[in-house]
Write a protein that binds this ligand. Structure first.
Ligand code: PAF
Length: 294
């Protein structure tokens, strides 16, 4: 892939019209386009998506937009970190060609009343705990897909269920886009990278890596326990730590997102995945692990 010539600086695009023009010109020049949707507060996990997109496409567009329709909690929307200047600097250094940073009015000139029939993948776990969340994700990602029409779009596996929901939305809407899932990036102590981690106090930050530590231990427990037994042990082990309170832990089929009762209750090509949401104080953290040998 050609990549961005060093002498060109990244374009910052604020309007849908300019975004369409930018992508239209790239397409007219026969270039492939990769899209990395984000809500900003970028960290090394996001950067790994940018680098992957940079390698696989001629032109890379990143979006930075804190999407109000996917927040089912007003306080969470209000406190979501917003760090535009730092985000722009990071995108620039990752060789991104264009950063789409629109206002809420630009994205939603009218309220988006679309309701997506996302089915079973959106009904469990995050879908159950955060009503309306996935419909909001489908709204914004479908808008971005429609405006950019990328060849490939990149998403991190920390939000494992979100990827299944986006695949379902893309199928419903007929988008011919390669949805690329990228591995979770972790800090040295195992904590999954997340924009929300900055809201942890020092004490909470010290205990948060226990979540991943317990998930890794559970790979051993899976050798001689049922999914139900592993679920119980994981929940107890996480909750045994000060500050940590598990909202749910489910072991699901990686494609349908449906909880399994036996390790073999899987559709074709699926693996068991343990998905967890834990409150660390009032910060909601999510993580997951694949039971490849489970
Ligand atoms: O994963 C996120 O950051 C968001 O849900 C996404 C995909 C950018 C949509 O707002």
């Amino acid at each position: 892939m050609s990549g961005r010539p060093d002498e060109r600086t990244m374009e910052i695009i604020r309007t849908v019209g300019d975004l369409r023009k930018f992508v239209g010109e790239a397409r007219a020049a026969g270039k492939s386009v990769g899209l990395v949707p984000t809500m900003g507060a970028l960290h090394a996990g996001h950067m790994s998506l940018m680098h992957r997109a940079r390698k696989e496409n001629d032109v890379v567009v990143a979006s930075v937009f804190v999407n109000p329709t996917q927040f089912n909690n007003a306080q969470d929307l209000k406190t979501y970190p917003r760090t535009e200047a730092a985000d722009v600097a990071q995108l620039e250094s990752a060789g991104v060609d264009a950063a789409f940073i629109p206002s809420v009015d630009e994205v939603y000139p009218e309220p988006d009343t679309r309701v997506f029939d996302l089915g079973g993948v959106a009904e469990v776990m995050e879908g159950k705990m955060r009503p309306g969340h996935f419909n909001g994700v489908a709204q914004i990602v479908s808008k971005l897909f429609g405006w950019v029409m990328p060849d490939r779009a990149y998403f991190g596996e920390k939000d494992f269920q979100q990827i299944a929901v986006i695949r379902k939305m893309a199928k419903l809407e007929g988008f011919d886009i390669d949805i690329v899932d990228c591995p979770i990036c972790r800090h040295d102590d195992g904590l999954a990278m997340s924009s929300r981690n900055v809201r942890l106090s020092a004490e909470q930050r010290a205990v948060a890596p226990k979540i991943h530590e317990v998930l890794v231990k559970s790979l051993d427990w899976a050798a001689d326990s049922t999914p139900g037994e592993v679920k119980k042990k994981v929940t107890e082990a996480i909750n045994g730590n000060e500050w940590l309170d598990t909202e749910y832990y489910e072991i699901v089929d990686s494609l349908t997102m449906q909880p399994i009762e036996n390790w073999s209750d899987l559709g074709d090509g699926a693996v068991p995945v343990g998905c967890v949401t834990v409150y660390c104080g009032d910060v909601r953290l999510i993580d997951n692990i694949k039971y490849i040998n489970g």
